[in-house]
Design a protein around this ligand. Structure first.
Ligand code: PLP
Length: 389
């Protein structure tokens, strides 16, 4: 059978995730220190795990409403109001999804007609461009650079807008660079969205993980004229260390939630009820444990950035998330060569920057959601490797 002719062209055209490809090489090797996969090293706080266990104990093993448990949507609306300062109606404007991953997919499918253009900033999370293509849209990356701290400038967005532009996708703090958006830049982008009547999808999954208290997280949804045209995406995987629970949510005007819900209803039906019960506990009582993890990430970030700069790998200080993105061009190696040789020579795994789009070439993503001692050992090994070149 010629399977190539059987696979849909848009699916055949997208590459597998560069992160997964790289980590298949590492699977089953106990000797490797991984600064690779973007996953907290913390186990989900016990009281949140307990809530999932109680859910099972009480026999809560059923489907929920397609939108998600109303009690969870109420907790989400309260949390979003306190944290992001934007109000949503839990009955109609909140949809609980299977991770932010599903929310990205169904938001794009709900909005895009074939050929519509979606602007996003790059280097970016690996799923953005493939999700746009799978929704039959056209991916329009806007390159961000180290020189500007990987920030997204409104002028660059303006230059990418065409009559076919439908959506702008944002992700601040950014995976893989840790970049955050300034109020001024967000205001400029919001103005463009209003002028050109565009929808903004904003993936704020790392929003709690901002380390400069004098520069708190701002959502574009709070800016004038924006709530009616913004889909705010958030979830539990990162700040609450709940990757395996597979839970996220979208907040948006009712007609957009309704359209997303139709896709969700026919593809997922609903998110797992055990996870939803755990998520209520996370939102209602999880902030102290979340802040404790954040303090630890903060220390690790400062250590890792200092060490990489000492080693001679120029590294900006990222304002958020749990990634650093050092520049490895001074070594003369490509991102892939650097990552492969580092793995071979020192058994340290980092992700080549080009996994996050062509503009990530020349960089390396190191995740510091890894035990402090491992980060210390990994940096010593990186130092020895760089000296050996
Ligand atoms: N969005 C960004 C920017 C991410 O970095 C990730 C995971 O790494 C996701 C979404 C996926 O999150 P979830 O586990 O909620 O599907």
């Amino acid at each position: 059978m010629d399977y190539n002719s059987k696979i849909a062209r848009n699916v055949a055209s997208i590459p597998r995730s560069g992160i997964r490809d790289f980590f298949e090489l590492v699977q089953g090797r106990d000797d490797v220190i991984s600064l690779g996969v973007g996953e907290p090293d913390f186990v989900t706080p016990w009281h949140i795990r307990e809530a999932a266990i109680y859910s099972l104990e009480k026999g809560q093993t059923t489907y929920t409403s397609n939108l998600g448990l109303l009690s969870l949507r109420k907790s989400i609306a309260k949390y979003v109001s306190n944290f992001f300062h934007v109000d949503y109606d839990p009955a109609k404007e909140v949809l609980v999804t299977v991770g932010v991953s599903e929310a990205i997919d169904i938001a794009l499918r709900a909005l895009i007609n074939p050929g519509d253009e979606v602007i996003y900033h790059e280097p970016c999370y690996v799923s953005y461009s493939p999700s746009i293509v799978m929704a039959h849209g056209v991916a329009v990356p806007v390159v961000t650079t180290k020189e500007h701290g990987f920030s997204l400038k409104p002028e660059a967005v303006a230059a990418a807008i065409t009559p076919k532009t439908r959506v702008i996708m944002l992700n601040f703090p950014t995976n893989p660079t840790g970049a955050c958006a300034s109020r001024e830049d967000l205001e400029g982008i919001a103005k463009l969205a209003v002028e050109h009547d565009l929808i903004v999808m904003t993936d704020e999954i790392y929003s709690e993980l901002r380390y400069d208290d004098s520069d708190p997280h701002i959502s574009i949804a709070t800016m004038p004229g924006m709530q009616e045209r913004t889909i705010l995406l958030h979830g539990f995987s990162k700040a609450f260390a709940m990757t395996g629970f597979r839970l996220g949510y979208a907040c948006a005007p009712q007609p957009i939630i309704e359209a997303m819900m139709k896709i969700h209803q026919y593809s997922m039906l609903c998110a797992s009820i055990m996870s939803q019960n755990a998520a209520i506990e996370a939102l209602e009582h999880g902030t102290p444990s979340m802040l404790e993890m954040k303090r630890s990430y903060h220390q690790r970030r400062d250590f890792l950035v200092r060490r990489l700069n000492e080693i001679g790998l120029d590294c900006h200080l990222p304002g958020g998330a749990f990634y650093v993105f050092p520049d490895i061009r001074s070594t003369g190696l490509s991102s892939k060569e650097f990552a492969m040789k580092l793995l071979e020579a020192e058994s340290v795994a980092c992700v080549p920057g080009d996994a996050f789009g062509p503009s990530g070439e020349g960089f390396l993503r190191c995740c510091y959601a890894t035990a402090f001692d491992d980060i210390r050992t990994a940096t010593d090994k990186i130092e020895r490797f760089v000296k050996s070149l």
